[in-house]
Design a protein around this ligand. Structure first.
Ligand SMILES: [Zn+2]
Length: 585
């Protein structure tokens, strides 16, 4: 909450809003920072807020530029320690509304002084619990007094890392150990020792504990939950780790290790993945790992889809990817060995031209499915019993909006506001208002339109995804509005952008991007490989449009203008039409 000092508030500060729809705005609204005390390691911090149009704003007695709609933004330079700010909206020399806020800049990490012998509490690796297997590399790290001798595991040497530059940290020590067959540790913290030239030593233990138990691995797990997935690695960002594949519940997995709350999954000789522990049910010791010979294949068409089915004796993990020219869907089946001596290809297929396979490694069978059209219209992979089913959506017979169903997703909603503009405008409202324009425009062209939300209600992206996949819609368009983080300059970043995750859906995002740029918004980019939940489905072509930046004053002004929202919706529809046209035969 903000400290509000009402110093000499006069009635003249309360203005009547220009239009009835516009909410009554306070004379001084501070959006970022959003608390009266903020702690950061950054040397800069974003300022975003607004006053009433016509008032001037001072920050620590220095005048700020105020945009015509009352918005002011800036990038605050921070000294180390406490930085106090007084923000004032000024109507006349003796009438002002003030807010005070404090930003504390934490000191950066520095090298440990050479005259104190210590292992610091920061930067110790492993920082999370690890379950390791014979042959695994255990990587360790400490930070402490430079120029000493560091060891772990009762004498294993560590090396002091050369600082990364003139101001780089000194006293970082790293070591590595390969786990042996006869190691046995049960939730043991690692002990580190640092010894100076005079023979004095200090010791410290890692917070991460190590477990190495002979016979523990391989374990077998069964995937469970709504939409379990495999991550490539342990990397995390605000969108979650990069995902290799969504898999069906019931898929059996070989587990060979654990780091923190993720199990390591062995896929093939040279491929592994990670799965969150809550998505796996570990099976009793002695359960055989997933393996299957492939049985008979069937390739056929029905209604709007073509199918490839492969009989297996076990639910094996899988992943897929797509290439263009010619258009091909590849399915990697892990733990499978070919025993298929015929592939029956029926004449009923209309999209699938050809199906073949290759045993890439001893535990990796790669299935290649060649499609007729350059554009992939979606496919789903999953199990019917122990039979793997690839369901390929055919290109719609007529690529006219009046023959298609379009799913629109207005980002956020309910308790989830999304980004907040300097005027206090909420992203969820702008997204929904734009989606309503889109709906109207698409329906005017004869399209059937479905919405993931009709009003200001909360639903998670996973719930939306379920509805989208169940809908059999032909295309999905997600609408969001962008924002920068809290430590960068809000005036430096603006513009419109479109996003896709799978290469095969890029053309839709490119077609829309080309059209929305005609609104005069700055180009922010056409972004691929985007790890956003609603860009994840392969079931239908999908795109995310980030209309503009809520954090940029002029972009926000546009986003708040309903005529502008109508215009960008018109451009998005034109982009969809371009996309359809480019795929006509
Ligand atoms: Zn958003």
């Amino acid at each position: 909450m903000l400290v509000l000092l009402m110093a000499m508030l006069s009635l003249s500060l309360v203005r009547v809003p220009a239009s009835a729809q516009e909410p009554v705005r306070p004379p001084l609204l501070l959006v970022v920072p959003d608390t009266d005390t903020t702690v950061t390691a950054s040397a800069t911090y974003r300022l975003s807020g607004s006053t009433l149009p016509g008032l001037s704003v001072r920050l620590n007695d220095k005048a700020l530029h105020v945009y015509p709609n009352g918005v002011f933004v800036g990038l605050l330079r921070l000294e180390q320690g406490e930085n106090r700010f007084t923000l004032a909206a000024v109507d006349s020399p003796d009438v002002a509304v003030q807010k005070e806020f404090l930003i504390v800049r934490k000191p950066p990490l520095t090298s440990t002084p050479r005259d104190t012998l210590a292992i610091d509490s920061v930067m110790i690796e492993p920082s999370q619990d690890l379950w390791l297997n014979e042959g695994d590399l255990l990587r360790v790290q400490i930070k402490g007094t430079p120029g000493c001798t560091a060891t772990f595991l009762n004498g294993m040497p560590m090396n002091e890392v050369v600082p990364s530059g003139p101001n780089g940290l000194e006293g970082i020590y790293r070591g590595v150990y390969r786990v042996r067959a006869d190691d046995m540790w049960e939730e043991v913290p690692l002990q580190f020792a640092l010894t100076d030239s005079g023979g004095r030593s200090v010791v410290r233990a890692s917070s991460g504990r190590i477990t190495v138990r002979p016979g523990l691995f391989p374990m077998v797990g069964i995937a469970r939950g709504e939409r379990p997935y495999l991550n490539y690695g342990l990397g995390e960002d605000r969108l979650g780790g990069a995902k290799l594949s969504f898999i069906n519940a019931g898929v059996r997995l070989t587990l060979t290790g654990k780091a923190g709350d993720q199990y390591r999954v062995a896929l093939a000789e040279n491929q592994e993945a990670w799965i969150p522990e809550q998505q796996v049910e570990v099976q009793p010791e002695g359960t055989p790992p997933p393996f299957s010979l492939t049985g008979s294949w069937n390739v056929y068409g029905e209604k709007n889809h073509d199918y490839v089915t492969i009989a297996l004796s076990d639910k094996l993990p899988y992943a897929s990817f797509v290439e263009g020219n010619p258009t091909r869907v590849f399915v990697d089946l892990y733990g499978a060995v070919s025993n298929s001596n015929w592939i029956t290809q029926h004449l009923t297929t209309r999209e699938i031209l050809n199906v073949s396979y290759r045993q890439v490694e001893k535990n990796l069978l790669r299935i290649t499915v060649e499609l007729k059209h350059p554009q992939v219209w979606g496919y789903a992979l999953g199990y019917r019993g122990n039979t793997l089913v690839l369901k390929v959506r055919r290109q719609p017979e007529r690529l006219d909006l009046n023959r298609l169903t379009i799913m629109l997703d207005a980002g956020h909603g309910g308790t989830n506001d999304g980004a907040i503009g300097s005027t206090g405008a909420k992203e969820k409202d702008i997204n929904l208002a734009t989606v309503f324009h889109l709906k109207q425009l698409l329906e005017a062209e004869g399209a059937k339109v479905l919405l993931t939300r009709q009003n200001d209600t909360s639903s998670t992206n996973s719930e939306r995804l379920k509805a989208i996949i169940g809908s059999e819609a032909d295309l999905l368009i997600s609408i969001h509005s962008n924002s920068i983080g809290n430590t960068t300059d809000p005036e430096a970043t603006r513009g419109v952008s479109t996003y896709y995750r799978h290469q095969c859906f890029r053309p839709l995002s490119q077609a829309i991007y080309a059209r929305v740029l005609k609104t005069g918004l700055m180009p922010f980019g056409n972004v691929g490989g985007f790890n956003f939940t609603l860009n994840a489905p392969t079931e239908l072509p999908n795109v995310l449009v980030e209309l503009a930046f809520m954090s940029h004053p002029e972009d926000e002004m546009k986003l708040l203008d309903d005529r502008f929202r109508r215009e960008i919706a018109e451009r998005i529809v034109e982009g969809v039409e371009d996309f359809l046209e480019s795929n006509e035969e």
